[in-house]
Ligand binder design. Structure first.
Ligand SMILES: *Cc1c(COP(=O)(O)O)cnc(C)c1O
Length: 351
């Protein structure tokens, strides 16, 4: 049985005797070796960390389980977050499991259907805010300063503590840190959490090396790359549609200390990677996740050599979150036939 993030990594998390221990089965996600893209970019050891295999379909669960456990320990009675979708799905699930009311603030447009369906089904109260994620986030931060509500966005340090455990798992599986980690950047919590995890693992001598952290924003929401907040962030990738990342400074530290980079990818590059991942790797990820692969492809085309190195792309969420994007792809074949043997034989050239 999976032990879950709290139990498995308790020595490396802020877990005390009073922290309730529970799990919805988060963590221990697969690290899958690339069959196609690795060859295309000249990297024999390219892996995908499938964070979409977490209980609510994104990496947010790793951090949420710690944030909710600490909230209970500290007497919190109500969870709130602003969300482009996945944070709200995760908060709603752990809130439901622990019997704590959860209120989620979501932008009133462009929230991926699967994510909203989760918040509804897990029974969260949903406040649809007239504005984008950044507006909802500002509001919820202001609200939690004034009232005793538990903020479970990635400003909550326990979120990053939980999320860093993915770095531990990668080191465990590869028996050292990879040379590169490619990761999407939205509110910039996850890149910061991975870097914290790799640094801690290095200190504990689980690995003698550390990876370069390669973060990718969507071009229409590339505040860090451009060096200024974006008023109206625009991208097909809802998970990284953030114009003013809350963990901006921490992301710069991850970039600079690791000798990595933060760059951007266009929606076309994201969709190219999204389709390649599904059709050549058998991995259906959400567009935000494909940004990591799009970034790898971009840098490879621009001359980055990965020969002899190991690289991991973080596949942050499952493609089922956003079926509308999937329907926008051209099916290989999808015509209609009568339910007759001869008709389908003809269609398959088996006459
Ligand atoms: C939240 C999220 C991101 C962005 O992570 P940040 O910590 O906000 O940078 C990327 N992909 C998916 C699927 C997400 O849910």
């Amino acid at each position: 049985m999976k032990r879950g993030v709290l139990e498995r990594f308790k020595e490396y998390l802020p877990v005390t005797d009073n922290t309730p221990m529970f799990s919805l089965g988060e963590g221990d996600t697969p690290l899958v070796k690339s069959r196609y893209i690795g060859g295309e970019v000249g990297c024999e050891e390219l892996y995908f960390k499938l964070e979409g295999c977490n209980p609510t379909g994104s990496f947010k669960d790793r951090g949420m389980v710690v944030a909710v456990a600490k909230a209970i320990e500290e007497g919190g009675t109500r969870l709130v977050c602003a969300s482009t979708g996945n944070t709200s799905a995760s908060a709603a699930a752990y809130g439901a499991y622990c019997g704590i009311p959860t209120t989620v603030f979501v932008p009133n447009e462009n929230v991926a259907g699967g994510k909203l369906a989760q918040a509804i089904t897990y029974g969260a109260s949903i406040l649809r805010i007239k504005g984008n994620f950044d507006a909802a986030f500002r509001l919820v931060v202001e609200l939690t300063k004034k009232h005793p509500l538990v903020l479970v966005n990635s400003l909550n340090p326990y979120r990053l503590e939980g999320q860093k455990t993915a770095a531990f798992e990668i080191i465990e599986e590869l028996e050292s840190a990879p040379d590169y980690v490619f990761i999407p950047v939205g509110n910039a919590g996850n890149i910061s959490a991975y870097w914290m995890g790799f640094k801690q693992a290095h200190q504990m001598e689980w690995t003698s090396s550390m990876p370069k952290m390669m973060g990718f924003e969507a071009e229409g929401a590339a505040a860090i790359v451009k060096g200024a907040p974006i008023e109206e962030p625009e991208t097909i990738a809802s998970g990284i549609r953030v114009g003013n990342p809350a963990n901006w400074d921490k992301a710069l530290v991850a970039r600079d200390e690791s000798g990595g980079a933060i760059d951007s990818v266009t929606d076309d590059e994201i969709m190219e990677a999204y389709e390649l991942m599904a059709r050549r790797e058998g991995i259906f990820c959400e567009p935000a996740s494909a940004a990591s692969v799009a970034g790898l492809l971009k840098l490879s085309r621009n001359g980055l050599h990965l020969n002899g190195g190991k690289a991991v792309c973080i596949i942050t969420g499952t493609g089922l979150k956003d079926p509308d994007i999937a329907y926008s792809l051209e099916p290989v074949a999808m015509d209609e036939y009568p339910a007759k043997l001869s008709a389908v034989e003809k269609a398959l050239d088996l006459a």
